[in-house]
Design a protein around this ligand. Structure first.
Ligand SMILES: Cc1ncc(COP(=O)(O)O)c(C=O)c1O
Length: 327
């Protein structure tokens, strides 16, 4: 990846002439089966550009109650787009078409205008749930029938694809109006995400990206890393999922540690633990042993496997938890 970065042909993407960024954007659009794509600094910006580009102030974004746009994007739908969010219930971050139909507001001057449905795949806070293609088709088609824009927060879309055995374009085909994807998570690039959608949507997003301060100049450096990640780091995600399974098995039964079951029976690259006492303190003690997990509030801890963690690292993590478990 460092060689790809060093060899990247560069221009100025704010002026629209960075050939490596153009190549990445064409590649991502083709993989996702969309007309166009745009490189952005973060997954948050990709989601927020989708909302800003597809919605108006006074609109409503419908999403699962555990979704990233609701919990971890600093109320940006309200702050940047004047949109409110309506949370849906559903096991493991998944909901059905009927919940979407019930959530959509009547066309009435008293009500916000329901305008967008966000489907996260995989669902981070739920433990990395991978949607089934048919489930997504059903909710997306219900949403579209009611005039909603369907946005997929695919920060970990490739993990879902590997776990469920569908291709990204196949999952999104004819059901999604836009999708965000990240190169900097399981795919292992240093920085970068993309938003894909129709040419018109991405044209609007390009303007708002500039407004949000996300237009970058010699960003071919980042695009080269992302292209390398797409070419070399997708098929290997299967290893991350196997490592997560091994981690979950190794941690099960340790005193005081409760491993949350794989969401809907299918593990991707995450393991959530319930730990006694303070989750942040638990993570600090682990970090002192060189193992990093993240507190997710109220006795809940998240471990994520990725390309920098090998099988030996998983065993080391299990031993580190064993050494502090029950203390
Ligand atoms: C599902 C999901 N969407 C979006 C994001 C945002 O990505 P970023 O941290 O690059 O803004 C994350 C980050 O973890 C995520 O898990």
């Amino acid at each position: 990846m460092m060689q790809a970065i060093a060899a990247a042909e560069l221009g100025d993407d704010v002026l629209g002439d960075d050939p490596t960024v153009e190549r990445l954007e064409r590649t991502v659009a083709a993989i996702l089966g969309m007309e166009a794509a745009i490189l952005v600094p973060s997954g948050t910006m990709a989601n927020q550009l989708a909302i800003r580009s597809a919605c108006e102030s006074g609109d409503e974004v419908i999403c699962h109650r555990d979704s990233h746009v609701l919990h971890y994007e600093t109320a940006a739908p309200a702050a940047l787009s004047g949109c409110m969010t309506q949370p849906l219930e559903g096991e493991a971050g998944v909901f059905d078409a009927e919940s979407v139909r019930r959530a959509v507001r009547p066309s009435d001057q008293h009500a916000p205008r329901s305008r967008m449905l966000v489907v996260e795949n995989t669902v981070n806070r739920a433990g990395g749930t991978a949607w089934r293609r048919e489930e997504f088709r059903a909710v997306a088609s219900a949403a579209r029938d009611l005039g909603l824009h369907v946005h997929v927060d695919g920060a970990r879309l490739w993990n879902a694809c590997i776990a469920r055995g569908y291709a990204p374009g196949e999952f999104l085909a004819a059901s999604a109006d836009s999708a965000s994807v990240c190169f900097s998570k399981g795919l292992g690039a240093p920085v970068g995400s993309a938003l894909a959608g129709s040419r018109a949507l991405i044209g609007r997003a390009r303007r708002f990206r500039k407004m949000f301060g996300g237009a970058m100049r010699q960003s071919g450096l980042l695009a080269a890393a992302a292209i390398h990640a797409l070419e070399h780091h997708v098929a290997r995600l299967v290893e991350d999922h196997a490592h997560a399974m091994r981690l979950a098995a190794g941690l099960s039964g340790l005193p005081g540690i409760e491993v949350e079951p794989a969401p809907r029976g299918m593990r991707t690259n995450m393991v959530f633990l319930r730990v006694p006492g303070d989750a942040a303190e638990f993570c600090t003690r682990l970090a002192a042993q060189g193992v990093r997990m993240i507190p997710m509030g109220h006795g809940r801890v998240r471990a994520v496997t990725h390309l920098d963690v090998d099988a030996a690292g998983i065993e080391r993590a299990i031993e580190a938890v064993r050494s502090i478990a029950g203390r």
